[in-house]
Design a protein around this ligand. Sequence first.
Ligand SMILES: [Zn+2]
Length: 332
Amino acid sequence: MNRRSLLAAMALSLLVGAAMPAFAENSGTQASASYAQAADSYSFPLGDIEIIALSDGTVPQDLHKLLTRTSPSEVDALLDRSFLANPVEASINVYLLRDGERRILVDTGSGSLFGPGFGGKLRDSLASVGVKPEDITDILITHIHTDHTGGLVDSGKPAFANATVHVGAPDLDFFLTPANAQRTGYDRRYFDEAEKTIGVLAKAGKVKTFAENETILPGIVGNLHPGHTPGSAFFTVSNKGQSIVFVGDTIHVESVQFPKPTITIVYDVDPDQAAAVREKMFPSFADTRQLIAAPHLQFPGVGHIRAEGNGSYSWHPVEYRNRGGAAGQQSD
Ligand SMILES: [Zn+2]
């Protein structure tokens, strides 16, 4: 079996946003085809806040199986325009905000729930920027899927001992009520994994929910955009006239869903609503030249959206900066 067919076989089981059991069976094979990188981070200022994108790793994605409201040939054609071919690799990005005394994470990656070799690099990435798990004061969860909440626990215990976890109220209600699996037909594994991750924090009294347009922390507002999950949230962080919006899983695959925002993914609880969020928010982000960050766009997943006409968009990552002096500030 060559590398391509090996990857394709592995990608049969799902990945980002998905549950673990099918995935674990393949993890031993993947170790032989290693694409491992050193702990990765990308830092930039937003006013007085320092934002650091941290890589939790990447996972392969078979888009022929995962994307819906499209066809394999359409997906292949869109990938080809970006010099890519199915399966593609999805990043799992986590963001750290250093804001005064606060150390805030946006999402926590997959922890150990995807098995060895897949995700779970957040701890190393944090260490590489000199931050210990106990330094984290707050965690903003974009939504309750394993690749965002898996890192909340370490061997079944809270991984960030001093952190308060903030999550949209509808997601906590939905995923910690297993009866919703029967009611909606949404995969039961998401509910089981929620119990093992954010459920542990909820039992420990560490979870605070927020409602639509609530100020969660000074300068940080949560907005609910149900679709991908019932409580999927955007976090708008503002400081000194600058802002960034953390958009969670509004977008999974840049080379496909920016040109065609109507294309959905099997992880969406409500695909109609998920597509509607893109069709509503992409033009707004493009018009206002809003800086955004997304967990599954290629690391660091920070950039801008441009309108290309006819309901089509393109993604423009921020420029790379790596030099001395105050992080990213203009030097004299
Ligand atoms: Zn995700």
